[in-house]
Each structure stands twice: as C-alpha cells, then as structure tokens.
Design a protein around this ligand. Structure first.
Ligand SMILES: Cc1ncc(COP(=O)(O)O)c(C=O)c1O
Length: 407
C-alpha cells in the first residue's frame, strides 16, 4: 500500500494557500503545517465553546468533552491509558516540570543519565539536578557517526542510576535510537526512562506501551497539531513522583504534571490529530481495527514514503565533498531530518535557498552540545532540511536542484 499524496496534501490548507505557492517546505522539524481537522476544531472551539469547560451548560459540556476526547483518542493510539496522557505548553516546559518532580523525589547520591545527542529541552533541566546533589552522567555520542553506542550506556548503568533520558531520534543526527532495547537495559538496572519523541512522532505515532518508555514526550505543533507539548507518563511512575499541580488534584494522574491551567482550545483541537490519522487509515485501508493497529498502519505508510524520498537526498549529499552529512546515510535508519555542516554558516546557506523557493533553516537548533560533540562549531551551525510524509518527490528534486546552486 502506497501513500496517496494527493489525498494527504488535500488535508493541509497550507498547500492551497496562495501566499505559500511555489515554496517547498523543508523546516518541518521546527514545526509542521497544521492539518485541516485541527484548524476546524480550534476555530469551532473559539467560536462556539470558548467558556470554562466541565460546567453543566451545553457549550461548556461540549468543550470539556472535546478535551477528554483528545486525550482518550491519542492515548488509545499511543497504546496507553487515557489518564497517562497530559498536556503542557511545550515539551521544554514539560521536562522542566518533570525535573522539579524528580528533584523532590531523588535522593543525594542517586544518579541520572543524560546524552549529548539531545535537544537542550531533554538535557538542561535534568543536568541542573546536579545542583541538588544528584550525580549526572553523560552518555556521549560517537563524534564521527553521531551515534549513541549502546556499549557506552551499559558502562554507565549501575544501581545508583534512577533515570535515563535520551531521544527517540535527535533533531540533528536523526538516527532512530532503539528505544525498546534501551528501556529494557535501563529497567534491568532499576532505572526509569524519559524519551524525547519530538523528532520522531511526526513520522508516525509510536506504540509507547510496546516501546516500554516510562515517559514519552512530543510536541503537537510538529505533529500536525496546535502548539502544545504532549506527555505520556506511565501510571507506575506518575503516581510515585511528587505532584506538581494543585494539591486537591493529586488523584488525577493527568493533572499532576501540569501546574498551570491548560490551554483548553488547543487540547480540544488536538483531537484533530487523531481525526487526521484515522482519515489516513480509512482512506488507505478501511475497515475496523484497534487504535494502536490503525496508528501502526499510518506510521508504516508515512515511513515508507519518507524513506523512499530521503534516500535520494542522502545519496546526493553523500557524494558532495563540500558537505559533511550528520547522521546515517541509510534512509531506513533515520528520520528525514537532514542536517549538514558546510563551509559557510548554516543560516547563510538557508538564506540563499529562500529566494529559490526552499524554506529551510540554519543554526544550532538548540542542539548545541550535539553539534559540539561532533566537532561542529555551533556558532557556524548546520543547514537543516527536514521533511515529513506530505513532502512530494517533486519538492525533493527541487531541493536538490537548489542545493546544487548554493553548495
Ligand atoms: C528533539 C526536540 N526535543 C524537544 C524540543 C522542544 O520542544 P518544544 O518546542 O515543544 O519545547 C524540540 C524543538 O525543536 C526538539 O526538536
């Protein structure tokens, strides 16, 4: 079964937007286009339901029900309980709150592991636990390949380690880390795992239950939704960690790590992410299937399309002497987020691509440690071209032609 690209692109108003015509979008890892069901729900919420939710009058009841629907449907796709899914303003704020909880829960002498492959969102808040007497160990990437070697993790694990934080895939290296294997190793050593799925989730929501992550984080605004951070916190850990919300809400697992009042409209609109995935499933497969099976089928459709497209780009870049491609050359091993170190600063090259109808980004992408560890000066930064399943083969060809002019 092949992804029907016309159907896919018809679900994104951006592709019909006159001001965006002629521009190929390659900064998806920064934030994706929003799918039509999310925009429709957001608009409806603001027009019809923009009142305090969960009160007995109709507009309020509908608003609350839609927020519940979003959590329930996303949880079902992710293979976890509804109560295990919660929202916060962004993944960076979510890790900040979680780190406060761990700061209260960990004891001096306990250790945690962080990587230097992560975006700072899944590094900085954890590293600051050192100020509270927690030992912070760094799982270092290989400077040549950008890979996180499993052997290095094994050497860091012992019974002092209580938490291992790592990315499902980095927003720079893009190699897909073996989450289930890492989680199993960490669990065997008595540690929990916190997985930053921000760069992976846009390529198909994973079955978090199967992966074995205790915490799995992603950002809805990079996954065709509104500007929210989504957290899966498995019950066994979430009930153990100190509550960070109002004391009288402590019994509601999904409220324990969202200290502020949530953004009602955006949470409700996140149900549109499930509408979109279900529409893809119905169009390509049809029939009844469990939510996790539907999500898996959609994931596989997206990945097959992306892998076919990104290989051409990787082959082109791999043959260029002036380019240092970061991360693997094998499309199946990575997300289609392709960062490269060049002679010129990444931002300079991105600016040259803009008039050629290529929307791309340059810089450090908040992965300063990740670039430094690979010997790339973060001030010079990298050029990053990132795409998703709605990207067309013609757009990738246009990108290659444009790169040929500027590199
Ligand atoms: C891999 C990764 N993790 C975390 C984040 C932070 O997400 P947010 O912007 O929701 O705080 C980003 C954002 O670019 C990212 O790419």
């Amino acid at each position: 079964m092949k992804l029907d690209l016309d159907f896919v692109r018809a679900q994104f108003p951006a592709f019909a937007e006159p001001s965006l015509q002629g521009q190929a979008f390659f900064e998806n890892a920064g934030g994706s286009y929003t799918c039509a069901p999310v925009i429709a729900r957001l608009t409806r919420f603001y027009r019809e339901r923009k009142v305090q939710p969960y009160a007995p009058y109709e507009a309020s009841r509908l608003g609350g029900a839609e927020m519940d629907e979003a959590r329930a449907r996303l949880a079902a796709m992710l293979g976890v309980e509804t109560e295990e899914v919660s929202f916060g303003p962004s993944t960076s704020q979510n890790t900040y709150v979680l780190a406060q909880a761990f700061a209260q829960w960990l004891k001096p002498g306990d250790a945690i592991i962080v990587t230097n492959q992560d975006h700072e969102a899944n590094g900085g808040p954890w590293r600051r636990l050192a100020d509270r007497g927690v030992e912070v160990r760094e799982w270092k990437l290989d400077p040549e390949t950008g890979r996180l070697p499993i052997e290095r993790l094994k050497a860091l694990l012992d019974d002092k380690v209580k938490l291992v934080c790592f990315p499902h895939c980095s927003n720079i290296v893009a190699e897909i880390n073996p989450v289930a294997e890492i989680a199993a190793l960490a669990h065997a050593a008595g540690a929990y795992v916190c997985v930053d799925g921000v760069s992976y989730a846009p390529h198909g929501l994973p079955n978090v239950g199967k992966l074995g992550a205790d915490i799995y984080l992603f950002s809805a605004y990079k996954t065709y939704g509104p500007h929210q951070g989504i957290m899966v916190i498995r019950r066994a850990l979430g009930e153990k960690l100190p509550n960070q919300g109002h004391y009288f809400n402590a019994d509601a697992l999904y409220k324990r790590f969202t200290p502020a009042g949530p953004d009602h409209a955006q949470i409700a609109a996140s149900a549109g992410m499930a509408d979109y995935a279900d529409a893809l499933y119905a169009h390509h497969h049809g029939g009844e299937a469990a939510p996790t099976a539907r999500a898996e089928a959609v994931h596989d459709l997206m990945r097959a399309h992306e892998i076919a497209l990104v290989q051409a780009l990787l082959d082109y870049l791999g043959a260029k002497n002036s380019v240092r491609l970061l991360g693997p050359r094998d499309a199946a091993a990575r997300a289609p987020t392709v960062a490269m170190a060049l002679r010129e600063p990444g931002e300079t090259v991105a600016a040259k691509l803009a008039p050629l109808g290529i929307m791309a980004g340059g810089g450090s992408f908040y992965g300063v440690r990740c670039l430094e560890a690979q010997g790339v000066d973060p001030a010079r930064g990298a050029l990053r071209v990132s795409f998703v399943h709605y990207t067309s083969p013609e757009e990738v060809q246009k990108l290659i032609r444009a790169l040929d002019q500027v590199l």
